[in-house]
Design a protein around this ligand. Structure first.
Ligand SMILES: [Zn+2]
Length: 167
């Protein structure tokens, strides 16, 4: 089954690693943030790039046999969860949560979806106990992307204005 274009944008929630105001996809391993691990495997010399601040470009697949992202039997596309976890997990100082709006072709799964296009619309204003900076990373990222920093209930409502929430 292939990814189908959606008529209406979807809203979802996800975690990023924030560095110097940029929001990066990546993974968290043993308290450390590793941006774009798939990219560093195929192109170790290319520095990871943050999610764009202005115009959203389409997701790319880094699999050897490329295809248009998102693809059902792959992990490519911009990933988001349908719901914001009750207690969002902050496993490293760089970890931040927020809401995205997603559009284009979408692959849905049990807990979330992968989209062809997505952009952040707001970030979750919550204390990250590992982030000891005076200027919190989440506040810096919100300012850098020119998006609001909102508490949980406001964030969910705000996400719902930008796209369809699945729950
Ligand atoms: Zn792929």
């Amino acid at each position: 089954m292939s990814a189908e274009p959606v008529a209406q944008p979807l809203a979802g929630f996800r975690r990023w690693g924030s560095r110097r105001g940029g929001l990066y996809s990546g993974i968290f391993v043993a308290g450390r943030f590793v941006p774009n691990p798939a990219l560093s495997l195929v192109a170790p010399r290319i520095p990871p790039s943050p999610w764009p601040r202005d115009r959203a470009g389409p997701a790319r697949c880094l699999a050897i046999r490329g295809h248009e992202a998102p693809y059902r039997d792959c992990l490519c596309g911009f990933y988001a969860y349908y719901t914001l976890p009750e207690e969002p997990d902050l496993p490293a100082p760089e970890a931040v949560w927020g809401a995205v709006v997603a559009w284009g072709r979408i692959v849905e799964s049990e807990h979330g979806f992968r989209a062809q296009y997505a952009r952040p619309v707001a970030l979750l204003d919550c204390e990250n106990p590992l982030d000891r900076r005076k200027t919190r990373r989440v506040a810096r990222a919100a300012e850098s992307y020119d998006i609001p920093l909102l508490e949980r209930d406001e964030l969910i409502a705000y996400a719902g204005w930008h796209g369809e929430l699945c729950c």
